[in-house]
Write a protein that binds this ligand. Structure first.
Ligand SMILES: [Zn+2]
Length: 198
């Protein structure tokens, strides 16, 4: 998917834990680890765009494989993989969630289950129209909830979870998703993203 010379242009972050870097943006952070594969610029940005808008399943396979090898996921100790959900209206329009495609491919590589743990309750488009900053943050905190089968009898108690997001900017989305996971008993949340838009 990327030729040798394009590959040379990828700015990798390797295995750095960026949790402390992103934690500075919040009063309280709920994630334990954040790793980013590369900087969000060409050619990675174009691959992510083709994954997002053209349902490029080859791009999903390629990016998941890159994530797996560059971040050394095979040595990781975790119980299951999940992903940042997008709103149902968006899924209807686009047909799929790009982060879910990556998570499912990664599940194949790691031989761990990929579960649809989270639901998005608020559509971002509506959210952008809320002018009051305080209110916007409040809404962001209530953006996710746990999917039905996992909200009963605490099946996530003491689990170590890997959560996939395509692109990270401030970390607000991932912090809000991690907050919900922790509320349902998750022990450790490790965030894996393809790229950082810093
Ligand atoms: Zn090339």
């Amino acid at each position: 998917m990327l030729c040798e010379s394009c590959y040379q242009l990828v700015e990798f972050f390797w295995q750095e834990d960026l949790a402390a870097f992103f934690a500075k943006n919040f009063d309280k952070n709920y994630f334990d680890q954040i790793r980013v594969m590369a900087r969000f610029k060409s050619p990675i940005s174009s691959l992510i765009k083709s994954l997002k808008y053209q349902h490029h399943s080859r791009a999903a396979k390629f990016l998941a494989q890159m994530l797996f090898f560059h971040l050394n996921i095979s040595y990781e100790k975790f119980d299951l993989i999940t992903f940042v959900p997008i709103h149902n209206q968006k899924i209807k329009k686009r047909g799929y969630n790009q982060s879910q495609l990556i998570a499912e491919e990664l599940a194949v590589w790691t031989k761990k289950p990929c579960l649809n743990l989270l639901k998005k309750t608020v559509n971002n488009t509506a959210q952008a129209q809320i002018s009051d900053k305080q209110q916007r943050l409040q809404r962001l905190n209530n953006t996710f909830e746990i999917s039905h089968p996992y909200s009963q009898h605490r099946p996530l108690k003491n689990k170590n979870i890997l959560i996939i997001d395509d692109v990270i900017t401030t970390g607000a989305t991932i912090n809000s998703a991690s907050r919900v996971l922790k509320k349902y008993g998750v022990e450790w949340v490790s965030v894996l993203t393809l790229a950082a838009n810093l």
